[in-house]
Design a protein around this ligand. Structure first.
Ligand code: ADP
Ligand code: MG
Ligand code: ZN
Length: 488
């Protein structure tokens, strides 16, 4: 039988505030070198009687993200207790949102195989992170509360996804948006974004939903797509063999590549959700919502289409550049500087997505803090345009500037890469080549046109590749004509 998959994604994204969701403890952006249990207080350690206070900036960031996801921002927000026991949850409940989340009913348009598909977003709500457990080799478990109470945004889609590629496209776009907003570093290895995928299958053509399985701890794009693919296969094979899919929560074993049952599915009523009595319902002032909306930057999808229409660059380059706000900013700054020098935006794009990307990838560095500034790139392209250096010399110069941060001109001088454009020197060189090769000269003058290319090559070689090719051709042409007329 043929099956179609139905997939809904829950994403937990850390949001970058200075302090935790309900207390003044510092939020760590990196688990780095900070000793465990450094940033803790009575609130996030859940000492009896400690009271939570909502982090204003977390609410703003939640609103901003909700807006970027085309959600409605709900003016009445209620925090709720979600009760369960686990050693990483000191209170025995998590403060989350249930009935009245911060944002609801949004969407993201993803592109897969050249087609645009709209993925509806059910809700985006604020909650607090758990502590981090460390399972030691000897079987002991240690707990670090530095992360406990850090703000999280949970973003939940409708079951609108149907393939692992769509899941990947959605997750990638969501990550790009969060990074654009400055809400999250997008660093998956540090757990800045964590995915849970709900997967079910149904016979092709059916409109009913099959029983779903929730896959936990998918912490990279690779795990996400592999986990989803594996689960689609597993459920299809199970149904084919006459089995039934159990509604359950599964884990993903990344190294062995399979899902395994963790626990039977818990239901909302198991959590005994009820409104958090220590936090009054939050009423968002429309003026505040409007002020946050004014903070919303241009987003990757819009920026991509503006880059193509405004600068006429290829769609593919626009996509690469718009995927990172800093890259797109770099590009636009460079293009503006290049305008006065009549440099084409497409040339700027080519050098960025070609050589500069190669250097950044090799060094595994972001564009931010790159020693090649937009000024440097433009200066370099101008040297090529003027004919001072060849394109291949420019590559050499770029990789030098990438390391040293010197001005391109300085590197050109230091490495002696300037093309020979000085006409006197070139004239002398051409004359020398013609004098040294009387046989070929005679052949050319007798009408053997093919020797022309050979002469060009000889001049280039005599200049050790530094002769400006255009000027070389011009001078050679003139010199040969002179020799022809002086012969007759
Ligand atoms: P819970 O809170 O128990 O995890 P929800 O009903 O809020 O459950 O749904 C969580 C996610 O599961 C959502 O992303 C939703 O789109 C998705 N989902 C719901 N039903 C199905 C289904 N039959 N197949 C796949 N995904 C589903
Ligand atoms: Mg769930
Ligand atoms: Zn605290």
């Amino acid at each position: 039988m043929e099956y179609d998959a139905v997939i809904g994604l829950e994403v937990h994204a850390q949001i970058h505030t200075h302090t935790k969701m309900f207390c003044a403890c510092h939020v760590m952006k990196d688990t780095g070198d900070i000793p465990p249990n450094t940033y803790v207080c009575p609130v996030c350690l859940a000492l009896p009687g400690a009271l939570p206070v909502v982090n204003r900036r977390a609410v703003e960031i939640g609103m901003l993200t909700g807006m970027a996801l085309h959600c409605t921002i709900n003016t009445t927000n209620v925090f709720a207790r979600k009760s369960y026991f686990y050693p990483d949850l000191p209170k025995g409940y998590q403060i989350s949102q249930y009935d009245l989340p911060l944002a609801s009913d949004g969407y993201l348009d993803i592109e897969v195989d050249g087609e645009t598909r709209r993925i509806r977003i059910r809700r985006a709500h604020l909650e607090e992170d758990t502590a981090k457990l460390y399972h030691l080799d000897d079987g002991r478990v240690q707990v670090d509360f530095n992360r406990a109470g850090a703000p999280l945004l949970e973003i939940v889609t409708e079951p609108d996804l149907h393939t692992a590629e769509e899941v990947r496209a959605y997750a990638t776009l969501l990550r790009t948006i969060l990074v654009y907003l400055g809400v999250n570093t997008g660093d998956m290895e540090k757990g800045m974004m964590r995915f849970e995928a709900n997967v079910s299958v149904r016979p092709r053509g059916s409109t009913l939903f099959g029983t779903r399985v929730e896959i936990k701890n998918l912490n990279s794009f690779r795990s996400l797509t592999r986990g989803v693919e594996y689960e689609i296969q597993r459920q299809s094979a199970l149904l084919d063999s006459g089995g039934v899919v159990e509604q359950e929560t599964m884990g993903w074993n990344e190294s062995a590549g399979y899902t395994y049952p963790q626990r039977s599915k818990e239901h909302a009523h198991d959590y005994r959700y009820f409104p958090e009595p220590d936090i009054p319902p939050l009423q968002l002032d429309p003026a505040w919502i409007a002020a946050v909306r004014a903070e919303l930057p241009e987003l990757p999808t819009e920026r991509r289409s503006r880059l193509t229409t405004q600068y006429g660059i290829r769609a593919y380059d626009a996509e690469l550049l718009a995927a990172d706000r800093a890259l797109a900013d770099y590009f636009e700054v460079a293009v503006k500087m290049g305008q006065e020098l009549a440099l084409a935006p497409q040339d700027v794009a080519n050098w960025m997505t070609g050589e500069l990307f190669r250097l950044l990838n090799e060094a595994n560095r972001p564009i931010t803090g790159c020693r090649v500034t937009p000024e440097h790139l433009i200066a370099l392209l101008f040297l090529v345009q003027k004919g001072t250096i060849s394109a291949s010399a420019a590559k050499k110069v770029l990789s030098e500037v990438f390391v040293t941060g010197e001005a391109p001109n300085t590197v050109v001088k230091r490495l002696g890469l300037a093309q020979m454009s000085d006409t006197d020197a070139l004239h002398a060189l051409v004359a020398q080549v013609l004098d040294q090769n009387p046989i070929q000269l005679a052949q050319y003058l007798e009408g053997k046109e093919s020797v022309w290319g050979w002469f060009v090559g000889q001049v280039m070689r005599a200049s050790q590749g530094k002769a400006n090719p255009t000027q070389t051709r011009e001078i050679l042409q003139k010199s040969l004509e002179q020799r022809r007329s002086s012969q007759s």
